[in-house]
Design a protein around this ligand. Structure first.
Ligand SMILES: Nc1ncnc2c1ncn2[C@@H]1O[C@H](COP(=O)(O)OP(=O)(O)O)[C@@H](O)[C@H]1O
Ligand SMILES: [Mg+2]
Length: 364
């Protein structure tokens, strides 16, 4: 059975330094939750506390309604797939998967059935008798997954499980994990520093900053389209950030960027905090900027600049354009046009356009 997880004020110090500070978080039962943050921000520490491998210095931990803060590891139905697969090299695939059931004193006939079932679940049904050392990296990771699943966890923790795989295999495994989670409906808590992985699999994402603070929670789309802070806007996807001051006129809000110009803002009713004179950051994603050699109509905001770099990626092109204030702006253009097209070249003076609806205002 799948369970929810609740953290209340979880705090952890290492060598006198706080790694996690009064962390509050609720993970719903049956969801694929991803905690995304840079290396060293405290993700593994958090998972180790959830698993019961370490205890928190303060705070409470709930599994469903039960307070498990002081429940030892072997009495929690929470299992982990580690970054290093930590398989026993001298044992067969099936023995590796059976190990924790044996430790728990399960009988042989039951072990055999459950191991076979777990191996089928990760599509290694025919591999039970093989030595783990004969398997590829992706297959070994599946054995590690089967070993956790065989215990029928109420929550499955995954600590950067695909970090060692190459990109193609990683993409395939991500899809398999999504399918598996949808089939099992077990709560998955997956931690990674890789935004691509996070955006691919998450029902809900939590973004952790360098100091173990949760900056934002939401769906992949929420986080990408409506980041709450500079850190989130920068860390998830790529973006352009302008530093400016709010100007209010009778019929519109603007942001004035020194030596560059004034841009119209999209102000929604929930932004009642916005007042003239405020110093803010404006974030605009590279794919939301249109680049053109000719002037165009119908956009709320316009800039000029000179192309200083272009990278052709096949399906898209990435430009860097130097602006009047000395700042460069990134622009991604989908190569969806049909040839022949008058193409932009290095050194060209270009027009850049973006809609006010595609900008995001950030307070810090
Ligand atoms: N065993 C340890 N002893 C001391 N400091 C540690 C230990 N493990 C991790 N840390 C420190 O705790 C912080 C968080 O580490 P960790 O949870 O492993 O981060 P992440 O998994 O996000 O990369 C880091 O600053 C790291 O250097
Ligand atoms: Mg880690």
């Amino acid at each position: 059975m799948s369970k929810s997880i609740r953290l209340e004020g979880i705090t952890k110090y290492r060598g006198g330094e706080p790694v996690l500070q009064k962390l509050n978080l609720e993970i719903r039962s049956g969801e694929f939750f991803v905690l995304l943050g840079p290396s060293g921000c405290g993700k593994t520490t958090l998972l180790r506390i959830l698993a019961g491998l370490e205890s928190a210095d303060a705070g409470k931990l709930f599994l469903g309604e039960a307070d498990i803060t002081h429940v030892p590891i072997h009495k929690r139905k929470i299992h982990t797939v580690f970054q290093q697969y930590a398989l026993f090299p001298h044992m067969s695939v099936a023995e590796n998967v059976a190990y924790s059931l044996r430790v728990r004193g399960a009988v042989d006939s039951e072990i055999e059935d459950r191991v076979a079932h777990a191996l089928r679940t990760v599509r290694l049904g025919a591999f039970g008798k093989k030595a783990v050392t004969q398997l590829s990296g992706g297959q070994q990771q599946r054995v590690a997954l089967a070993r956790a699943l065989v215990c029928e966890p109420e929550v499955l923790l995954l600590d950067e499980p695909l970090a060692a795989l190459d990109r193609e295999l990683k993409e395939q495994m991500l899809m398999e994990l999504v399918d598996l989670q949808q089939k099992l409906r077990t709560t998955f808590v997956y931690v990674t520093h890789d935004q691509f992985e996070a955006l691919t699999v998450a029902d809900t994402m939590g973004i952790m900053n360098r100091h173990g603070k949760l900056e934002q929670l939401g769906s992949a789309e929420d986080i990408y389209e409506f980041p709450h802070s500079r850190f989130v806007a920068d860390f998830v996807g790529r973006t352009n950030i302008f530093d400016g001051k709010v100007k209010v006129t009778r019929d519109a809000y603007h942001i004035e960027v020194e030596d560059l110009g004034t841009f119209v803002l999209n102000v929604t009713p929930e932004m009642s905090w916005l007042v003239g004179g405020m110093q803010l950051f404006l974030s605009i994603r590279p794919e939301k900027v249109d680049i053109s050699l000719q002037k165009m109509e119908g956009f709320s905001n316009h800039l000029n600049g000179r192309v200083t770099s272009m990278i052709y990626y096949g399906r898209s092109t990435e430009y860097k354009v130097l602006l009047a204030n000395g700042q460069s702006i990134m622009v991604f253009e989908q190569n969806e046009h049909h040839f022949p097209k008058k193409s932009i070249e290095l050194g060209d003076e270009v027009h850049l356009y973006f809609q006010k609806e595609n900008t995001v205002l950030l307070r810090y």
